[in-house]
Design a binder for this molecule. Sequence first.
Ligand SMILES: C[S@@+](CC[C@H](N)C(=O)[O-])C[C@H]1O[C@@H](n2cnc3c(N)ncnc32)[C@H](O)[C@@H]1O
Length: 353
Amino acid sequence: MDIKYDASVVPYDHAKAVAQGCQTYEETTTLKQEAMALYKAARQFKRPKAEHKYHMVHHVYARIRSGEMLAKIEKAEGGRPRKTGSSTEPVLSTYADLNVDKKDAFIDQSLAKIPEAIFDDRVANTDEITIKKCMAWAKEFKQKADLNLDDCSLFQMDIQKYPALEAGSVDIIITDPPYPRPDLYETLAQCGQHVLKDGGSLLAMATQKILYEIHASMSKYLEYQWTIAYLTPGGQSAWMPHVEYNVNTFWKPVLWFVKGKYSGRHIGDVVKSAVNDNQKALHFWGQSVSGFLSLVDRFTTSGDMVLDPFLGGGTTAFCALKLGCKFQGFDIDEKYVFQTLEYLNQWGYKDDA
Ligand SMILES: C[S@@+](CC[C@H](N)C(=O)[O-])C[C@H]1O[C@@H](n2cnc3c(N)ncnc32)[C@H](O)[C@@H]1O
């Protein structure tokens, strides 16, 4: 197997091809071991970070190939591989025959279940690949494998066209507008006044610097209710006015407005995302799935209609659907609408009935 470091090839394409070329479980094991040895050597000899990644990517793709093979063994009758011994059917080996380490098998099969396009995308866009990181992705995707897309509507639109939306049809707007555009927050509030049901909430993520400006403009159309502190451990603010003001920021305000009077349940006003968890694979400004799951969960009940008029990479869409809500979302940029559609289709389904 040729996995000598070569900076001129795109490591993930090459690594995937090498791994997919393995025909037996033993070959995947050899590839895994070789790549891991080279990865360790690259670290020991303080080689460039790109070289570490090159070897680790070979290792994880070999794990995926191994996971695909092991899944077939597990699926055999009675939880044991079927041994036919006939001359036409290959004899499947058992875990014992193959000397499979159970922990390794668990990791390999978990990685093999991550949707391929998403895994490729993340590998390409992540500077440092580790097994721990890949396992965190696997856990995330395992949780996602059940989105009902029947009540999900995505389209391209400028928020200025909000009167086209059905009046009084939305339970809650949860969104993350472009921070450098305070004017859009005012339009957002107008949109909220139009589409929200009476008593419906609008949650708008913001940045501290423009808080008073957007508070004043949004209050013209909706009742200000509260500000939620959205904690971003590790420091995740994407727009950087805090740098100019000598501030290290570890939270973002989420402004909460209501159409009329709020009469829902009591809400805790601190939400926390996991450390450095932002969903950057599909959108430069992508928010954290863990943080948004917690935010959406706090404010919705299954079946609610959630709207995000600044869809971006679809974090709100995913979280709302995951929590059993209906979802409408749009973005001025068609590219993000298609990306979100693709993203959701990876683990969504539609009821044919
Ligand atoms: C901060 S991003 C949203 C990121 C998203 N929350 C995520 O997690 O991926 C803001 C989005 O608003 C969109 N946008 C900007 N102006 C808009 C407008 N006038 N109408 C609708 N969408 C707009 C941008 O294209 C961008 O995708």
